[in-house]
Ligand binder design. Structure first.
Ligand SMILES: [Zn+2]
Length: 110
């Protein structure tokens, strides 16, 4: 969460303090509360992605486990990784993409 200190609490609030990837409750003891860049910050740094890496539409609430699994993958690559390497079903991956897209489309709370 260090990269986006100002906006991070609003993103966590918008996403209901639940990891958008695995739905873990981020208020639970032992679950690291982070904010993930859906398109990784490194992609913006390298010029692979353009625009504002820290825009609300690129940030989602995320548990530490998912954040470390996702590394510098974008949503499509992360979904493929979960499907190929972690036994996620096609439906689970489709639902995941829908959750992320719905979360990033919602405005931040006032
Ligand atoms: Zn998670």
């Amino acid at each position: 969460m260090a990269t986006t200190p100002r906006i991070a609490p609003l993103v966590l609030d918008r996403d209901g303090y639940a990891c958008v990837y695995c739905l873990a409750d981020l208020d639970t003891d032992g679950v690291a509360m982070t904010v993930d860049h859906v398109t990784p910050r490194s992609w913006f740094d390298r010029g692979v992605a353009t625009g504002d890496a820290d825009a609300a539409a690129n940030l989602v609430a995320c548990c530490g486990h998912c954040n470390s699994l996702k590394r510098d993958l974008d949503l499509a690559l992360f979904a493929a990784y979960l499907r190929a390497g972690h036994g996620w079903t096609a439906r689970e991956v489709r639902d995941l993409k829908a959750r992320v897209n719905a979360a990033t489309a919602r405005p931040l709370p006032e």
